[in-house]
Design a protein around this ligand. Structure first.
Ligand code: FAD
Length: 362
């Protein structure tokens, strides 16, 4: 059996490990500096909301298209995975439409007549008489919200069920990962799912990768089934508005920011107040119209989205004589694209295995 080391235990690495393990054709070890249960500025996945708001343009939509059916099924049929169905409400502000919708969060989400209207269930344009003041237009559709504190450990459990082994480790150079298989053999393939740290990892050092800093406030208040987001806000170009209630008592996430090239791990109190004000203004049901004083704060947080000039990198490359399959640079859509990207990783691994078998090396 070919041996595979998956470097990284965020949503990208874990989903790849799971989809590879389900094939039953590989010996898989996940190696990571951070694992589910840890909260660290270098580990993005626990900080995500996370929900599904399609962000790609149609030409790049494969990852999100292929992921949605899986997340929908998990929300409907696998309650222990920590997802639940919520209604997404996407609003275009009049002033953003007037300036060409240069939204900080995503290219595809606020488009008119978006590709995802065919994909997301119960899609509807919001009629003019239902739009909040100052909104030009918008849409609603069925989505999900993921409680990452439950979903990431659930992924670990699923991997373990299919025989994946886990190890803590810090790798300075990608070639070191080849020696970390639990089998004791040199790995035939390394899957590089190192997120924003791909810009610092020896042998990769991808200078196109940068952080897009996301600050959030987690509160006990309930969002009553709706996840509103708008195309911009008056506070700053790199600040945004979204609200989502996590499944299974995970609290409600109020966001946020999208601050490019900003590595600051500390929540900024001024930004936190602006986040709460925007959320309560957009979604007064959060505090039954009683303003931000009626928010009950669980914690403040900051995560670094692994953004990349040119978009996600999913490709194979031989480094120092060993195959590496890269899967990093998912910016703000790592969950909602996770299964689509893992599917591509499986394809690339299969290609490598076939090629090496032809050359009798595996
Ligand atoms: P990470 O989660 O950062 O995992 C990287 C892994 O690699 C870690 O285990 C780390 O320890 C390991 N690693 C790195 N370097 C090394 C090394 N040298 N040696 C050993 N191990 C190493 N996405 C959505 O789909 N929907 C959302 O609603 C959403 N909301 C978000 C809100 C916020 C505030 C933020 C910050 C992000 C949000 N995202 C959302 C984006 C999503 O969180 C990321 O795209 C995703 O978590 C990236 O996962 P990853 O596995 O690639 O990276």
């Amino acid at each position: 059996m070919p041996t595979i080391v998956v470097l990284g235990a965020g949503v990208s690495g874990l989903t790849c490990a799971l989809e590879l393990a389900k094939q039953g054709r590989h010996e898989i070890t996940v190696v990571a500096k951070h694992m589910p249960g840890d909260y660290d500025i270098e580990y993005t996945s626990p900080w995500a909301g996370a929900n599904v708001l399609p962000m790609a343009l149609d030409k790049d939509s494969r990852w999100e298209r292929r992921t949605w059916p899986v997340l929908r099924r998990l929300a409907k049929e696998v309650p222990e995975a920590g997802l639940h169905v919520q209604t997404a409400r996407v609003l275009r502000r009049e002033k953003d439409v007037a300036t060409g919708l240069k939204a900080a969060l995503a290219d595809g989400l606020f488009q008119f007549d978006p590709w995802y209207k065919e994909v997301m269930d119960n899609f509807r344009e919001i009629p003019a008489n239902e739009l909040p003041k100052g909104m030009h237009s918008g849409c609603e559709f069925m989505s999900v919200c993921i409680n990452t504190a439950i979903y990431l450990p659930w992924l670990v459990g699923q991997c373990a069920k299919y025989g994946v082994q886990f190890k803590r480790g810090i790798v300075k150079h990608i070639s070191q990962a080849h020696n970390l298989s639990h089998t004791g053999k040199k790995a035939d393939i390394v899957v590089n799912a190192t997120g924003v740290l791909a810009c610092k990892l020896g042998g990769v050092m991808d200078k196109a990768v940068y952080p897009a800093r996301g600050q959030i406030v987690v509160v006990r208040n309930e969002a009553k089934g709706f996840m509103p987001t708008s195309s911009g806000c008056d506070d700053a170009d790199d600040e945004i508005m979204y609200v989502m209630q996590r499944a299974l008592g995970g609290g409600t996430i109020l966001g946020g920011t999208y601050m490019r090239h900003n590595w600051d791990p500390n929540p900024d109190p001024n930004i936190a107040v602006r986040i709460m004000k925007r959320a309560v203004e957009a979604h007064p049901e959060l505090t039954d119209g009683k303003g931000i004083e009626a928010l009950s704060i669980i914690r403040h947080g900051v995560g670094l989205r692994p953004a990349r000039e040119g978009g996600v990198r999913i490709e194979k490359e031989k480094i120092d004589g060993t195959w590496v399959v890269h899967n990093y640079g998912h910016a703000g859509w790592g969950y909602q694209g996770s299964y689509g990207c893992a599917e591509k990783v499986v394809e690339l691994v299969d290609e490598i295995v076939k090629q090496e078998k032809r050359q009798s090396k595996l």
